[in-house]
Design a protein around this ligand. Sequence first.
Ligand code: UDP
Ligand code: MG
Length: 323
Amino acid sequence: MDRISIIVPCYNEEESLPLFYDEIIDIAEGMNEVSYELLFVNDGSKDNTLSVLKKISVSNERAKYISFTRNFGKEAAMLAGLQKASGDYVVIMDADLQHPVKLLPEMYQALKNEKIDCVCAKRVDREGDGKLRSFLTKHFYNIINKMSEIEMVDGAGDYRMMSRQMVDSVISFKEYNRYSKGLFSFVGFETKMIPYQNIGRATGSTKWSLFSLWKYAIDGVISFSNIPLVIASFSGILFCLLAFVLAIYTAIKTTIYGNPTSGWTTLVCIILFIGGLQMFFMGIIGQYIAKIYMEVKHRPVYIVKESNIESNHIKQKTEKEFA
Ligand code: UDP
Ligand code: MG
């Protein structure tokens, strides 16, 4: 019998969780050919998410939880889930019911019968998202696909079921700045897309502000592309050429017409423009350096405060570390 691990990152989801749990249990218990494990990751919620999770795990021994010391972000929560999952197949889904639970049997069947390693649910519209957000997201995918060698599909999110082999590959990446959408594509297993209509959140509100989405987008570009650095170098060369042409032009003009002191305004504009451009590109280089800085520190991606899985194992590990 195959085992499926269902990973659910939760951040302030006390209202959605009971609804989600009812739905997932319904579907998971109905899949007779598999046994399931629910793996909730409490990502430092400030509401009662943890006590809801504890209640669930008391009533159902297949429900496990990991609770972080603070909010480390969804990427960290997904990593923790993937590392702790023990199933032959692993699926990641949101707690807000935006990922239709009823797709699970279909995803499992596709993985099993078509002998592929990943089935990803792809939303075909952006119902429930703001206009500006939809617009920016669409263009982000256009840009990132042009800039990086891997392909990221618009609408293909984190709701995906993977084989054990693929999960092992994804967690073998030891990087601190994790951009899972890119990693899932980078590992390169055959992926099937299953389309679904987007649905609004069951309760609560999205944890993503436009600013955090912007930061996430920059992370994606920097993690998977060197093109911004290439643009910086090429602009440098281009402006050197322009300066050279301008020098020749000025020399000729001065020889013919005299008056070498004119063009002060032009000069100021050029200095300001080039100065701005230099700062901009230094900023880009700085972004890469900041990422390198975080990588070399080798900080843990998340810290677990409590969990009901392998508690002995965790305890032993901590004891060993302190010995
Ligand atoms: N989430 C998380 N940590 C965070 C932010 C979000 O674990 O710092 C979880 C959240 O509880 C939800 C999922 O990630 O289960 C998706 O979050 P959200 O619905 O806010 O994102 P959206 O669907 O708007 O992209
Ligand atoms: Mg959501």
